[in-house]
Design a protein around this ligand. Structure first.
Ligand SMILES: Cc1cc2nc3c(=O)[nH]c(=O)nc-3n(C[C@H](O)[C@H](O)[C@H](O)COP(=O)(O)OP(=O)(O)OC[C@H]3O[C@@H](n4cnc5c(N)ncnc54)[C@H](O)[C@@H]3O)c2cc1C
Length: 522
């Protein structure tokens, strides 16, 4: 995946693309994979970096959604459970099973959640993971030795999937490129063009790095801009009403020793009725998430003080060693692109639809919003089916149900930090072998080595320190201070790859270190 090659394709094409997709998150990249594997000519434009907005900031669960089961949304749960199974089948290097324990402190919780989880198993049908069961007190503590023991009666264990969101996104982008799609980051759609009849005919795109603008023609324009989808709708129709009700969620990241287990805690009802998870992820403990209605979208949302306190307090109720503010290694915030309730009324965002919505406006702009990471494949299938009709494109069947995702490798050791690369591991080790320095870890608190930085620049279109440290490696999400400290070494490796000098290194390090402060809790 090389940006220069992608731009060259963009520049040289004078025919209309079958589909131009605006937005390089899970939704847009999923659509690119679906379209390309059906033989369509696909161009995807991403304003910033792939996954810069919501798709790198999830709870990292590939799940049916126990909360939606409680809300009685059976079809959403069944669809998500099926997609969970397909995703583990197609990307075993990036998705794995995880045991979730619902700790029970009241007599009624064990039968209640025991039955609920059996229904969850049942709805998964042939796509089931491990079977849920009721745990004795001793079994609960065996799975989660650091659980708060006061009043603990036992628990219920069930199984769901866990993944690395931005790594999966990059592998999906590579899959799309492997099948002929063209994907460009740092290439915002700045305008939509129309024909005399008022139908969309294409997109004006800017290469942010050079300032160069291109007019690309499209048979169908897909708006997959997530929380920014309304701004694209306004480009097509200045009167377009808002579809998105943004809702923010935060996660706090701590040392792995807080959980000290290879199982997660699932709290089905926090003090304000939400679901909270504490999960092991890349050797750390991630606790979240909240659900707070906010006014509008942003690339760098900040946590609210009440959210930080809420997560700390709730984690403290369930962990034998309650985490303190000073234990927070990173705080990351994501915004859900929830679809507004009918009538657009205000209300709790946690009750708004998690289903996806497809909308076609009078100019032919096809907007797809909502859904969740887990269901990206199904969303893409639905979207491309609509695009085929709308653009009179070659009508072929979707093939992604059994499509192996780039790097597909079975039997990886998920505790090995290299496992996320799947079948590309050998190529990264080969880079490390060319120079002993590239085999050294970049920071004592994190497992990353220089060869991964080279790989990210050479093969994964990483352009900035943020691209590398936040989404190719997960350093900023795991330990913001360590990410800041390793920035100069990473920038030096990047500059050598990109042919850039000291001035770029200095500017980039200063910018990143300022940015990384937003992930630290003072
Ligand atoms: C806190 C939180 C936790 C979550 N946890 C889970 C979970 O555990 N499991 C799960 O399944 N789902 C989860 N989700 C949901 C999931 O993360 C989202 O549904 C999904 O990432 C949305 O992807 P998207 O592609 O629609 O949006 P985004 O990832 O936001 O992508 C939209 C892209 O459009 C780009 N864009 C905007 N304007 C332009 C333009 N003019 N030109 C070009 N590009 C443009 C943006 O830069 C952005 O990259 C969670 C969400 C949140 C907020």
């Amino acid at each position: 995946m090389k940006r220069d090659e992608m731009l060259a394709r963009l520049r040289s094409r004078d025919q209309p693309w079958d589909m131009v997709i605006i937005g390089g998150g899970a939704t847009g990249v999923g659509i690119a994979v679906d379209g390309a594997t059906r033989g369509l000519d696909v161009l995807l434009l991403e304003r910033e970096d792939f996954g810069k907005a919501t798709s790198s900031r999830s709870t990292k669960l590939v799940h049916g959604g126990v909360r939606y089961l409680e809300q009685g949304n059976i079809s959403l749960v069944m669809e998500a459970l099926k997609e969970r199974g397909l995703l583990r089948q197609n990307a075993p290097h990036l998705v794995h099973d995880l045991a979730f324990v619902v700790p029970n402190y009241s007599w009624w919780e064990t039968p209640f959640y025991g039955i609920g989880m059996k229904i969850y198993d049942l709805l998964a049908g042939q796509y089931g993971f491990g079977r849920s069961r009721i745990l004795s007190l001793a079994e609960t503590l065996e799975k989660l030795p650091n659980l708060q023991q006061d009043g603990l009666r036992g628990g219920v264990v069930y199984y769901d999937g866990q993944f690395d969101d931005s790594r999966l996104l990059i592998h999906l982008a590579q899959t799309a490129v492997d099948h002929g799609a063209t994907l460009v980051n740092y290439a915002p759609a700045v305008e939509l063009t129309k024909d005399e009849a008022g139908y969309l005919s294409g997109v004006i795109v800017e290469d942010t790095e050079s300032g160069e603008r291109f007019a690309v023609q499209a048979k169908v324009v897909v708006n997959a801009a997530g929380i920014f989808a309304d701004s694209i709708r306004k480009m097509a129709d200045a009167e377009a009403k808002k579809m998105i009700a943004p809702s923010q969620g935060i996660h706090l990241v701590f040392e792995g020793s807080f959980l000290r287990a290879n199982a997660a805690i699932m709290v089905p009802h926090t003090s304000d009725g939400r679901v909270l998870f504490a999960i092991p992820w890349h050797g750390h403990t991630v606790v979240g998430t909240t659900d707070t209605e906010i006014d509008g979208p942003s690339y760098d949302p900040l946590p609210f003080e009440e959210e930080i306190q809420f997560v700390l307090d709730t984690a403290g109720q369930y962990l034998s060693r309650p985490p303190k503010r000073s234990d927070v290694l990173s705080v990351y915030v994501g915004i859900r692109p929830l679809v507004k309730a009918a009538g657009g009324g205000k209300g709790s965002t946690s009750a708004l639809s998690r289903d996806h919505t497809i909308h076609v406006d009078q100019s032919g702009l096809l907007t797809i919003v909502g859904g969740k990471w887990t269901t990206y494949r199904h969303m893409a299938e639905d979207c491309v089916n609509h695009a085929i009709t709308l653009g009179k494109l070659n009508d072929t069947d979707c093939v992604t149900k059994h499509l192996k995702i780039h790097g597909y490798l079975e039997g990886v050791d998920e505790l090995d930090s290299f496992s996320v690369y799947g079948s590309d591991i050998g190529a990264i080790r080969a880079i490390a072998a060319t120079d002993p320095k590239l085999g050294e870890t970049l920071h004592p608190a994190l497992p990353y080595i220089g060869a991964e930085v080279v790989w990210a620049v050479r093969e994964e279109m990483a352009r900035t320190l943020d691209d590398v440290l936040s989404r190719r490696l997960r350093a900023l999400f795991l330990n913001a201070k360590a990410a800041s400290e390793m920035a100069p070494a990473v920038a030096a490796i990047m500059a050598a790859e990109l042919g850039l000098g000291q001035q770029w290194i200095d500017g980039e390090v200063a910018r990143f270190q300022e940015f990384a402060k937003k992930y630290q809790v003072s």
